[in-house]
Write a protein that binds this ligand. Structure first.
Ligand SMILES: NC(=O)c1ccc[n+]([C@@H]2O[C@H](COP(=O)([O-])OP(=O)(O)OC[C@H]3O[C@@H](n4cnc5c(N)ncnc54)[C@H](O)[C@@H]3O)[C@@H](O)[C@H]2O)c1
Ligand SMILES: O=c1ccn([C@@H]2O[C@H](COP(=O)(O)OP(=O)(O)O[C@H]3O[C@H](CO)[C@@H](O)[C@H](O)[C@H]3O)[C@@H](O)[C@H]2O)c(=O)[nH]1
Length: 435
């Protein structure tokens, strides 16, 4: 497993759980040392127990030396493909350097390199051409990953589908190896799609684009609801009974973030432009814009309720992770809003059950409190931006007794407005009338 971040560490542990001998390889020696000692360096429910169990079995080891994976039968590429600093495109240098490392250490004849990272269409063909000249005895497969953070173990051991991208010529060998690796989920009836490389790559970005579009659709409806005094949560519920639409990913609020959806829709647009078909996915620019407008709207609403000027105002932000059950702060809506209000002169205090160490490293200028009541002390406004269960369970009457003004903005539409109103709060939400 080359790259042991959120995706690679989970995949390494789960492949070992399936009975394979696995080496997790990463250039980050601190990460390798942590994983080798049985500590998962990020928050993922259930992963640490499984890591320890598999370390004890002896089937799972971690290393930062490519020499230690040279004799593997299969090499999964799980390195990051983040957005480039200078454009919307994906940064391919980690994937290319992972290939450099594998090729320099040598690959066993008959081995299969399997891409798992999310990549622009055409990447697999490029890597296959490289292997054909530098290691002609080694094959390539493309096996995109659909796991969700917070459910990563379950999604990996029991995926809802498997996609195998194989070469159009002589693809049988790659397919056979992938079938052997995934024998357990396949035997359990997991649907399998075997496709060419480009289709396999596109399934991944198309899936994330669809999910992002669904969220931005309901957030666009939230904007309309705000202008018409309608309630987007009731609207979404009514839509959800149409099985053609379905209720999932219709949660209106401060929008999507994380290390996947935002950068994947941007990289898709960049790739489409390179292919001179920018118009085909131009709507994703609007999906992105709607999403970012929701962050700006929360900051604007907070400023409005604070009297038009944030200078010296105290703001409690509940949430730093991009979603609950994760410590991932990549492109986090909550942190973006917190930073904007800090920059406008507010004193911002954040509380998050898992993401505060990461948030503090990224934003040492913000304040942090382990306890929600401490974060809300003397607050002029409370923002609920990541829907951890802990925040839903807070007693609004107790919270009201510590703030300066009982004003809350529910940026995730998961708090109960009636309960908060009864406890004396002015309750604002995105896409719903104020109570
Ligand atoms: N996080 C998810 O839920 C998820 C799900 C599906 C797909 N993906 C995709 O998987 C890929 C990885 O995402 P992630 O969230 O795990 O990223 P991450 O940043 O958490 O992990 C990437 C890891 O790769 C390591 N790395 C970088 N260059 C390396 C090299 N040359 N050799 C070995 N290791 C190297 C980094 O040190 C890091 O630990 C991305 O393409 C992402 O889009 C992620
Ligand atoms: O109704 C909803 C659902 C989600 N979100 C937000 O959307 C973002 C993404 O959520 P989710 O998709 O659950 O998280 P990820 O772990 O980023 O997973 C996505 O990205 C992964 C990496 O590509 C894919 O593997 C997964 O299938 C895909 O769901 C988060 O900020 C959520 O708060 C909403 O705003 N409203």
């Amino acid at each position: 497993m080359v790259g042991t971040g959120y995706l690679g560490a989970t995949h390494a542990v789960c492949m070992s759980e399936l009975g394979f001998t696995v080496v997790g390889l990463d250039v980050d020696e601190t990460k390798v040392a942590s994983l080798a000692s049985g500590a998962v360096p990020f928050f993922e429910p259930g992963l640490e127990e499984l890591l320890r169990k598999n370390l004890e079995s002896g089937r799972l080891t971690f290393s930062s030396s490519f020499e230690d994976v040279a004799d593997a039968d299969a090499h999964f590429l799980c390195v990051g493909t983040p957005q480039r600093a200078d454009s919307a495109a994906a940064d391919m240098r980690y994937l290319d350097s992972a290939m450099d490392g594998l090729l320099a250490a040598g690959l066993k004849p008959g081995a299969l390199v399997i891409g798992k990272s999310t990549v622009p269409a055409g990447t697999a063909a490029r890597l296959a051409a490289r292997l054909a000249t530098e290691a002609p005895h080694v094959g390539l497969g493309w096996n995109p990953e659909f796991l969700r953070e917070g459910f990563a173990v379950e999604d990996t051991l029991r995926p809802d589908r498997l996609v195998f991208g194989v070469p159009t010529e002589d693809g049988d060998r790659a397919e056979a190896i992938l079938r052997e690796i995934y024998a357990r989920p396949l035997d359990a009836g997991t649907p399998l799609i075997v496709a060419d490389f480009a289709t396999a790559e596109l399934v991944k970005v198309a899936a994330n684009s669809f999910l992002a579009t669904k969220i931005s659709f309901i957030n666009a409806m939230a904007e309309v609801c705000e202008a018409t005094d309608a309630d987007v949560t009731v609207l979404a519920k009514a839509l959800s009974y149409d099985t053609r639409i379905g209720g999932r990913f219709l949660g209106a609020g401060v929008g999507f973030g994380g290390g996947c959806l935002p950068k994947d829709i941007r990289a898709f647009q960049a790739r489409a432009q390179e292919l001179n078909i920018g118009r085909s996915v131009a709507f994703l620019g609007e999906v992105d814009a709607i999403n970012l407008r929701r962050r700006a709207r929360v900051a604007e609403l907070a400023t409005e309720v604070a009297g038009g000027d944030m200078k010296g105002k105290r703001v409690a932000v509940f949430g730093a992770a991009f979603k609950p059950n994760s410590d991932d702060i990549r492109d986090s809506p909550a942190l973006d809003v917190a930073k904007a209000l800090h920059d406008a002169g507010a004193v911002v205090t954040i509380c998050d059950p898992a993401a505060m160490p990461n948030a503090r490293r990224r934003h040492p200028e913000l304040r942090y409190e382990l306890n929600a009541l401490d974060a809300a002390l003397d607050a002029d406004v409370v923002l609920h931006l990541t829907e951890w269960a802990e925040f839903r369970e807070i007693d609004p009457a107790v919270l009201a007794s510590v703030v300066r003004k009982p004003v809350v903005i529910d940026g995730r539409n998961t708090l109960d407005p009636v309960r908060w109103r009864q406890a004396g709060w002015t309750f604002h939400a995105l896409g719903r009338p104020t109570l």
